[in-house]
Design a protein around this ligand. Structure first.
Ligand code: COA
Length: 140
């Protein structure tokens, strides 16, 4: 199986890392400049990305993690997570937050398997009144 490489996104990755369309391209561009976007590749093919942000500009939070459907369940998500954990640990952070829609069981399973614990819910924050479950992982 091809090795999974993780690195920070560069401007040439923009089309790939904005494909979900949740936020404007201009914002994604700025996040790339701020080292808040990672990409995963196998050989030269991009297979996943992770967008990081900081609650109150202080507390790291995974805004989105995405693996292309044909590359799921091959360790890409976990490998991106470990890269971001190491990056944050080296900068002195000791906790990472993330979240998932309340009606999506699979990403919740992934978070628990990846070492996150559930730490709260914001009800009705998503379209259609769907809640968002929050997760926390201590960075030992
Ligand atoms: C959630 C997501 C990022 C996981 O990435 P991935 O690369 O497929 O997951 P990994 O290979 O790292 O999975 C590690 C472990 O998590 C668990 N897991 C992952 N996906 C799972 C699923 N769909 N159902 C149940 N368990 C799952 C498994 O235990 C898995 O280990 P295993 O394959 O050896 O059993 C990916 O499925 C995805 O992009 N989903 C769509 C976007 C999304 O929902 N993102 C999360 C909310 S922001």
């Amino acid at each position: 199986m091809a090795e999974i490489d993780i690195r920070f996104a560069t401007p040439s990755d923009l089309d790939f890392v904005k494909q979900d369309g949740y936020i404007p391209a201009e914002v994604v561009k700025r996040k790339i400049e701020w080292q808040e976007v990672l990409v995963a590749s196998k050989d030269t093919t991009l297979v996943g990305y992770l967008r990081l942000e900081y609650l109150w500009s202080l507390v790291p939070y995974i805004a989105l993690i995405y693996v292309t459907p044909e590359h799921r369940r091959q360790g890409v998500g976990i490998t991106m997570l470990h890269f971001v954990e190491e990056f944050l640990r080296n900068r002195g952070f000791n906790v990472l937050y993330s979240s998932s829609q309340a009606n999506e069981a699979e990403p919740q399973t992934w978070h628990r398997r990846a070492g996150f614990e559930e730490c709260g819910i914001i009800s009705g924050i998503n379209a259609g009144g769907v809640g968002e479950v929050f997760f926390r992982k201590w960075l030992k």
